[in-house]
Design a protein around this ligand. Structure first.
Ligand code: NAP
Ligand code: MG
Length: 403
């Protein structure tokens, strides 16, 4: 066999939990280390080790990502009361994804892997739609109250000099409710830059929508910040790349998305992204085919699968039963990270390897060889359901021919 592909900068490797941790090792053993002199800086984000290090390992892995620029992450357990008991935890540690996102100030982009035989519910969709969700503020950091009849609700802002500005929200003649929201120019700007950078990366159009006709200050501020940053920093780059930044109203955007053939990035405010990412993911077919990348405004990348640790399959695995867990999204986290590392370090063989590995895995499913989740959805006539490990070997059989 030819020499293994060499890497120059380490990839930050964040290992995780349960079934995805099992898949993680299989992917490395079967599809990566036979071909690449894999250079990673390893962080064990498995729940046991997070507990042992008082979650320091999560912070260290995020800081390493800042240093090196590219990370690949396995799904991890976000502890709840059951997990605290199950793992005998010192504390109910925070979501690693939340911690990493806060440190990197990043935006999450989710893209489905599109294959023949898994048909989107929306028949016009031919190419993936990538959703970017602004993950700060609005209704997720709200203040709300129930209000009784006869109350007057006002918006009061006190500036740094102590000067108050007031604005009437409502005079309540009956009982009601009131809510306060905020966002910051800094957070909106980071979101905008992450979206513009990622659109240039993918060479795809960027769509953004708010309700600025109704929300003339709040939503309008989002629209203005995107426009100002676009005009000052990205317009020429977009024109050179032959892509477009397109702003419209959220209801118009929804209608256009449904009529579109896909192939663009859709940037959403926090709530819109929450709702629309579940709609888009479901309409494309399978959670196990949804990839995710966290992009920071200064251009660091953390790749992962959008699904969780597939706990139910893991318990079967522990009982010695064979599982049929889909490894596509986790595999694409690796290929995404390796391709990006190859691009940044000018290693064309690494980029080529990542592309061929993706090609081989898509070909496997289009040849009718797939895991149970896809087997239920696929419209192919000749299809076979295989177990977790066999699926990876089948990919390898095709990869060998492509290399
Ligand atoms: P999940 O792991 O995404 O799995 C939910 C169900 O979806 C599975 O039981 C399985 O259905 C199906 N599924 C998901 N991924 C699949 C795959 N790759 N192949 C085949 N089927 C797949 O969500 P969860 O069970 O709600 O969460 C489990 C743990 O993951 C939790 O502790 C949660 O905190 C964590 N989590 C982590 C992340 C992350 O790290 N990014 C994200 C979400 C959740 P069937 O059982 O019907 O086969
Ligand atoms: Mg949601």
């Amino acid at each position: 066999m030819a020499d293994k592909i060499k890497m120059t900068t380490p990839l930050v490797e964040m290992d995780g939990d349960e079934m995805t941790r099992i898949i993680w090792k299989m992917i490395k053993d079967i599809l990566l280390t036979p071909y690449i002199d894999l250079k990673t800086e390893y962080y064990d984000l498995g729940l046991q080790h997070r507990d042992d290090t008082n979650d320091q390992v999560t912070f260290d892995s995020a800081n390493a990502t800042k240093k090196y620029g590219v990370a690949v992450k396995c799904a991890t357990i976000t502890p709840n009361a059951d997990r605290v008991k199950e793992y005998n935890l010192k504390e109910m540690w925070k979501s690693p994804n939340g911690t990493i996102r806060a440190i990197l100030d990043g935006t999450v982009f989710r893209t489905p892997i599109v294959v023949k035989g898994i048909t989107p519910f929306i028949s016009t969709w031919k190419k993936p739609i990538t959703i970017a969700r602004h993950a700060y503020g609005d209704v997720y950091k709200n203040t709300e109250m129930q209000v009784s009849a006869g109350s007057k609700a006002e918006l009061v802002v006190t500036d740094a000099q102590g000067k108050e500005t007031r604005s009437l929200i409502h005079d309540f003649t009956g009982d009601g409710i009131v809510q306060g929201l905020h966002n910051t120019d800094a957070s909106i700007s980071s979101f905008a830059r992450a979206c513009f950078n990622y659109a240039l990366d993918l060479k795809q159009d960027l769509w953004f929508a708010t309700k600025d006709t109704i929300s003339k200050k709040y939503d309008h501020r989002f629209k203005d910040i995107f426009r100002e940053i676009y005009d000052a920093e990205y317009k020429e780059k977009f024109e050179a790349a032959g892509i477009e930044y397109f702003y419209t109203l959220i209801d118009d955007a929804v209608a256009r998305v449904i009529r579109s053939e896909g192939g663009y990035i859709w940037a959403c405010k926090n709530y819109d992204g929450d709702v629309m990412s579940d709609m888009v993911a479901t309409a494309f077919g399978s959670l196990a085919m949804m990839t995710s990348v966290l992009v920071s405004p200064d251009g660091t990348y953390e790749y992962e699968a959008a699904h969780g640790t597939v706990q139910r399959h893991y318990y079967k695995h522990l009982k010695g039963e064979k599982t049929s867990t889909n490894s596509m999204a986790t595999l694409f986290a690796w290929t995404g990270a390796l391709r990006k590392r190859g691009e940044l370090d000018h290693i064309p063989e690494l980029v080529d390897f990542a592309n061929k590995l993706e090609q081989a895995s898509i070909q496997t499913i289009e040849d009718g060889v797939m895991t149970g989740d896809l087997y239920l959805l696929s419209t192919l006539e000749n299809k076979t359901k295989v177990d977790t490990e066999t699926f990876l070997h089948e990919i390898n059989n095709r990869l060998v021919k492509l290399l």
